[in-house]
Design a protein around this ligand. Structure first.
Ligand code: ADP
Ligand code: UDP
Length: 237
């Protein structure tokens, strides 16, 4: 596998072409942003943790029948993935009220839902990733009705699998964001990453936050939280 030119540099990862047109290499950075890029910083060691955590979790999801873009870990920060055409939707599943849900609907953080919720944002930085419903997504031709149905089904299955796994680690899965993509044959697969940058993870016993909210909210102990959540994952894998 040969790494070729950089195709894209995002906020958290760099994406490279390879000598195989169907594969990409993603390279995870320590850069952290929040509030649509307004807050910037570095979380030392984050790239290594996010790369490894995302790969372990995607491999687990594959074993449970969820198709993903994951192919092979190349190094501490680099992974080979299947190249997909990203569906421009941020798919957010929630088990407990937190973050923008709490703010938007005036619900205290920590209120547990009877059933998980799902919502979509339009993945568009200029517009600030606005919330939209499935009718809006269809009107904007972001996905077909069949694709949206598959994405919802996979997202709830991912929630069931990860909620159960994190529970064995003494961690509560509060909410998370997923991205999906299309393979050349049109099949929908889980893409991007699953990490403490994209999930809310609370210590089940103490409620301590073990995710990017420590960075967003200037709580301190950011690196320690990322290391602790990775330690729990490795212990229970
Ligand atoms: P952002 O673009 O939000 O700043 P990142 O820094 O994480 O995010 O950049 C990674 C980019 O690569 C994202 O735009 C993501 O949608 C895209 N991506 C993730 N997985 C794949 C894949 N398998 N194929 C193509 N693009 C992908
Ligand atoms: N999230 C993400 N990327 C985004 C927005 C949200 O990974 O651009 C994740 C976030 O880490 C959390 C979940 O999606 O686990 C729900 O986030 P929320 O809508 O509450 O937004 P926030 O509080 O981050 O503004």
């Amino acid at each position: 596998m040969e790494k070729r030119e950089m195709l894209y540099e995002g906020k958290a990862k760099k994406v490279y072409a390879t000598d195989d047109a169907s594969l990409l290499i993603v390279d995870y950075k320590d850069d952290a942003t929040a509030f649509n890029g307004l807050k910037k910083g570095t979380i030392s060691g984050k790239g290594v943790i996010n790369n490894q955590m995302s790969n372990r979790l995607m491999a687990k999801l594959e074993r449970c029948g969820i198709p993903t873009h994951y192919v092979q870990e190349l190094s501490e920060r680099e992974t080979v993935v299947k190249k997909v055409s990203i569906v421009p939707l941020e798919v957010i599943v929630r088990n407990i009220a937190a973050g923008s849900f709490s703010k938007r609907y005036g619900v205290a953080e920590g209120v547990v839902f009877d059933r998980p919720t799902i919502e979509f944002s339009y993945k568009n930085d200029e517009l600030g990733d606005p919330l939209l419903n499935t009718y809006h997504a269809l009107a904007l031709k972001l996905a077909t009705p069949e694709e949206i149905a598959i994405i919802e089904k996979y997202a709830f299955r991912v929630n069931d699998i990860l909620k159960e796994f994190w529970k064995t680690c003494g961690v509560t899965l509060v909410d998370f964001k997923l991205e999906f993509g299309r393979l050349p044959d049109g099949a929908i697969v889980l893409a991007d990453e699953i990490s403490p940058d994209t999930c809310r993870l609370w210590d089940a016993a103490t409620g301590e936050k073990l995710d990017k909210d420590r960075f967003r909210r200037d709580m301190g102990g950011v690196e320690e939280a990322y290391s602790e959540i990775m330690r729990r994952l490795e212990e229970h894998l």
